[in-house]
Design a protein around this ligand. Structure first.
Ligand SMILES: *[C@@H]1O[C@H](CO)[C@@H](O)[C@H](O)[C@H]1NC(C)=O
Length: 265
């Protein structure tokens, strides 16, 4: 009898341990935070001029980068890093290394991915076709490049790593489409900076899954006109999910950008 009791209290003890460990794991799983990746090697070039006007309207769909808040600290990613648009919004630290063109002390600069550097198969991958797969390459806005190296260098070896995107304010949603087709460009994303999945909910609908269109845009074929809209997003890198309730009012319009009060960290 006594040994049976001991056995029972032992299994009760083990069950309690399992509960505590399970809770800790669940807590860690549901509140993940993006962490910087290890430094890796790549190369960097630049495009456009000092005004960075050529870098506006890139393949992520952020439009005018001054209006969307990214400014000139931006880069176009080679296909491998661009990852079909899921690389849009990600933040990278870059430093020039092992070149006479690097600035002294290899200063670090941070850029946001706003564009694709497309492959050019008529150029050799090691001689001009810098963005051809499988190369990891950054084609930086000229002002960003000029923070790490002399532009005369043209192409320089760099060390890079993903870092947390530090954004002021909440995620922004820029609307295109019409009352039956909503196309949303997602901007100012913090944390990992990227978006894996997205849902929209009108005041008269349940959650509707949105499909990835191109760059940083997501679409829903649904009748959403005249309804206040909420969004649910999952981070591509950290898998964190957040909900932004009633981001757009019932009288939302295409061409408008609406801000949430929440963001990833
Ligand atoms: C690809 O490279 C060739 C050869 O240098 C060049 O003439 C052409 O303009 C390039 N294409 C693009 C789209 O940049």
């Amino acid at each position: 009898m006594a040994s049976l009791l001991r056995l029972r209290s032992l299994s009760f003890f083990l069950a309690m341990v399992a509960v505590v460990v399970g809770t800790a794991t669940a807590g860690g799983y549901y509140a993940p935070v993006f962490r910087a990746t290890p430094w890796k090697q790549a190369y960097a070039t630049f495009y456009g001029d000092e005004t960075a006007s050529e870098t506006m309207g890139g393949a992520c769909g952020y439009g005018n980068l001054f209006n969307s808040g990214y400014g000139t600290d931006t880069a176009a990613l080679s296909t491998v890093l661009f990852n079909n648009g899921y690389g849009c919004g990600q933040c990278f630290q870059l430093r020039c290394v092992n070149s006479q063109w690097c600035y002294k002390g290899s200063p670090i600069t941070t850029v946001t991915a706003t564009n694709l550097c497309p492959p050019n198969w008529s150029q050799d991958s090691n001689n001009g076709g810098w963005c051809n797969p499988p190369r990891t390459h950054f084609d930086m806005a000229k002002p960003a490049f000029m923070k790490i190296a002399q532009w005369k260098g043209g192409i320089v070896p760099v060390m890079f790593r993903r870092v947390t995107c530090v954004r002021k304010g909440g995620i922004r949603f820029s609307f295109q489409g019409n009352g039956y087709w909503l196309l949303v460009y997602v901007m100012n994303v913090g944390g990992g900076g990227d978006v894996a999945n997205m849902w929209v909910k009108g005041s008269k609908t349940g959650w509707i899954s949105m499909s990835h269109n191109w760059g940083a845009s997501y679409q829903a074929f649904a009748t959403l006109g005249g309804q206040a809209l909420s969004f649910k997003l999952t981070s591509y890198t950290s898998h964190e999910t957040i909900i932004a309730y009633n981001v757009a009012p019932a009288n939302w319009q295409v061409g408008m950008t609406y801000s949430a009060s929440v963001n990833f960290h």
